[in-house]
Structures are given as C-alpha cells and as structure tokens.
Design a protein around this ligand. Structure first.
Ligand SMILES: *Cc1c(COP(=O)(O)O)cnc(C)c1O
Length: 357
C-alpha cells in the first residue's frame, strides 16, 4: 500500500459539506471537496496530489482538446452496514481503463496509483460517502492529454490523471421509451466502441438529441448490419429476459464491457436463471414480442444500476414491454447487488474492496 505520505495532501479550508443536501442529490450535480491529480511527464507518473476540487489550468495546445485523447471510468463506493466503505470491482474497472488507455495510445497507469489514489481520496472525503440506503459515492477517474506546448497531429507526451467524486442517490425512473436507431451507429468493428473514451459520447449526442425530439428517451444502437443486431441502449448495456433466460448481446469491439452487465450475468446463476450471450437482430426481438416470450428489458450501467425499458420502436412499430415484474430478474438482481455492496449479503464473488486506511 502507498502510504499517505507518498501523496502530497492539501486540504480545503472551505468545505462544501455543510451546504450539501444529501436528501436531494441529482446525479453529477454534487462534487466532493477534494480531487486527486497526477501528471505524466517525460515517461513517468509524478507524485499524486490530493487537492481541493476546483478548476484546472490547461494549455490551449493540450491535445485532448484537439484530438480527443481522453478516457474515463465510472464506478462507485458504498457505505457498508457496519459503517465501513467499500469500492465495487476495482480490479475490473482498472483492467478496462488499461484497455481504453492502450486503444487511445495513452500511457498505462500503475494499478497502485489507481487503487491507492481512489482509496486515499475517498478516505480524505469520507464524510461525503452517503449513509442512506441506495446512496453511494460516484467515482470518476479519468486521464487526458494535457499540457504539451505543440499541437501538430501526434500523440501527446504529457497526460494528467484526475479523480473526482460525488455523492449520488438511488435511480428511480419511469420506464424508458426507446427507438432502435437505424441511421447512425455508435461504433464499428476495428473502432473504439469497447473503449471508454470521450469521443464515443461526443458522437452519440446528436442522434440522441434527434431521438428526444421525436419523443424517445434514448436510442438502441445496432451494429449497422442488415440484421440490425442490437448492441447497447444509450450509454448502457442492454439485457432481456426471454423465456426465463437472461439474454444480452455478446461482447465485441463495438460493445462496452459493462461491469454491471458482467455482474448481472454472474448473479443470474445465483438466482437460477440461464444466460445467453448471443446476437439479437431486430426481427428476432420483434418475434419475441409477438410470441409474448419477452418478459423484461432493461439497461445496465454503474450510474442507473438498472433502467427498465417500457417500449421499443423498431421496424416502424412500437412494441410494449409488460409491466416490470416485482419478482422478476431485474428487481431481484438489483437488490442482490445492493445487498452485496453494503455487506448485507456475502461477497461470494469478491467484488468489494474495503478501504482499510
Ligand atoms: C460505461 C458504459 C456502460 C456501462 O458500463 P458499467 O461498467 O456497467 O458502468 C455501457 N455502455 C457504454 C457505452 C458505456 O460507456
């Protein structure tokens, strides 16, 4: 373990804690007092600093601003039933960040810097980890090309690693009204769809805006082939329960390897569901509606955990899902996940890292 002395710590003298209403948290609107910052210069990561959250100075030639070398993670820390704090699936998030960095030709981040950085930061902002059920501390580690003073087209020599955090409440939403997007795609084979890089989001905003103007909440992305195989739902993975089987598209270089998705696939066995990772074309899916074999559909991701889908428009027709079954997979798996994260169920899959500072 890196001891706190290896981090330089500069505490804020103006905590925003007292003015924060933990009963009315909106996702992404509240940030904790501190952030972690480390620079990559001349081929090495420098001493990480824990500093007050605030604006950063960036040179206008910073290559992230021009060429999009920027990747991120989204993860959560939970208050356990005995008051401790645990981080969910830190190794898997680290592995994914490493893949994203490699794909964007950015320097690797040592696991120790990632893991200790998260732990030291959360320890410092311990009071920001909510205590209420269903609440958590959202963690946003990210790396971007930073202060290089030349802007020719090339990969940067200078990078910055930042971690910011913020308390979040439970996600409740009406069921989503989605359309299968048949004009735009999010990712193509050989591209960056599997990487959590900024550009994937930038490119998705416009099609999403058009879908919202048509009255939908989000789009369902396909692979753009003639079968229109389903890939993801907005910036979430998509899962179905068809004939009591949990079905989701197989991972590929066009699908983000969601850690919530992976957790659901693992929990399915514990809950007695079979799983299938297989291609689902829109015709297949329409058939499942017509045969009434489709029981559930939901998006999965760290922020929402599970976002129930109410209708899917495809092939010129709106197909309605049945009401979310209270004893169905989504609700049971979501509460099982919550129980594991908070220590109310055994952590049989070893997903929790307890902060032991
Ligand atoms: C982050 C993300 C997800 C969800 O991944 P989780 O690890 O479950 O949060 C799904 N799809 C895309 C495109 C993403 O960027």
């Amino acid at each position: 373990m890196i001891t706190a002395t290896k981090f330089s710590v500069h505490k804020t003298n103006k905590s925003r804690l007292a003015e924060t209403n933990f009963d009315a948290l909106e996702f992404g609107k509240t940030v904790s007092d501190h952030m972690l910052s480390a620079d990559y210069r001349k081929g090495a990561w420098t001493t990480p600093q824990l500093i007050p959250y605030g604006p950063i100075v960036l040179s206008p030639t910073a290559l992230s601003l021009h060429y999009g070398q920027t990747v991120f993670e989204g993860m959560k820390a939970f208050r356990t039933n005995d008051g401790a704090i645990s981080i969910f699936r830190i190794e898997k998030h680290y592995q994914r960040l490493s893949k994203s960095l490699e794909r964007m030709s950015m320097p690797a981040l040592p696991f120790e810097l990632f893991s200790e950085g998260l732990q030291q930061l959360i320890h410092l902002d311990e009071a920001w980890v909510p205590k209420k059920e269903g609440h958590s501390l959202y963690l946003r580690p990210f790396v971007f090309a930073s202060n290089e003073e030349r802007f020719g087209v090339h990969e940067s020599d200078d990078y910055r690693f930042l971690i910011i955090t913020g308390p979040v409440g439970p996600y409740y939403s009406k069921t989503l009204k989605l359309k299968v997007e048949d004009r735009f795609i999010r990712a193509a084979h050989g591209g960056t769809g599997f990487a959590k890089c900024g550009g994937n989001y930038g490119g998705a905003f416009y099609p999403t805006k058009l879908a919202r103007q048509q009255g939908f909440d989000q789009v369902i992305w396909t692979d753009g082939s003639k079968d229109l195989n389903i890939e993801e739902s907005g910036m979430m993975n998509i899962l179905f329960v068809i004939n009591n089987v949990l079905v989701t598209p197989p991972l590929s270089d066009t699908i983000l390897d969601g850690i919530t998705r992976d957790s659901y696939l693992t929990l399915a066995a514990d809950l007695g569901y079979k799983t299938e990772e297989r291609k689902i074309g829109v015709k297949d899916l329409a058939l499942a509606f017509e045969n009434k074999t489709i029981q559930e559909a939901f998006g999965s991701g760290t922020a929402a955990v599970a976002a129930p889908i109410g209708s899917i428009t495809m092939l010129g027709k709106e197909y309605l899902l049945p009401p979310v079954p209270q004893n169905g997979f989504m609700i049971r798996a979501k509460s099982m996940l919550e129980a594991i994260r908070t220590g109310n169920a055994p952590d049989t899959h070893r997903w929790n890292t307890l902060i032991t500072i």
